[in-house]
Design a binder for this molecule. Structure first.
Ligand SMILES: [Cu+2]
Length: 157
């Protein structure tokens, strides 16, 4: 019994040390872990001042919806040389085909006036271009938000 409690005390001590080390680090735990954080803001129907470029490396994206309808932040790695215009002019149903998109990173969704509860991780590759887009529609017959202007891209220098 004495052994057990001593082991438990050691474990608790290690947890306390880890906690204080994190608290002493500069910035957030993510910054300490080498994770950049990028916040993207959406409205009806555009991304507000999306960054034209983002540094390479491990990045956590968050998404805030300042609009009156539900929006998403969908991120994908474009094939080399592909532009947003190319994707927007693609035949219906082919916008995320391998011809245009090398890899689909993921999607964050946020209700009006809210931020997404989770965040999206991407290991951004140097020299590449990523598209950010909202493919939602307000009604089944409506245009996709992308067609209303909710699409952009950023380069990774
Ligand atoms: Cu949208």
């Amino acid at each position: 019994m004495i052994r057990c409690s001593r082991a438990a005390m050691i474990v608790l001590g290690l947890i306390a040390q880890a906690g204080s080390a994190r608290a002493q680090g500069s910035g957030s735990p993510n910054a300490a872990a080498g994770l950049a954080e990028v916040s993207i803001v959406g409205s009806d129907y555009a991304f507000l001042k999306p960054p034209p470029s983002i540094a390479a490396g491990k990045t956590l994206f968050s998404f805030e919806n300042r609009g009156r309808v539900r929006h998403e932040l969908s991120i994908a790695l474009l094939q080399p040389g592909v532009t947003v215009k190319d994707v927007m002019e693609a035949p219906a149903g082919q916008t995320t085909s391998r011809r245009f998109v090398e890899s689909i990173i993921g999607i964050l969704i946020a209700r009006p006036g809210e931020s997404s509860g989770g965040r999206l991780f991407a290991d951004l590759q140097r020299g590449r271009r990523y598209i950010i887009v909202c493919t939602l529609k307000d009604t089944p017959d409506a245009q996709r938000h992308a067609e209303l202007g909710m699409v952009s891209s950023f380069d990774v220098p």
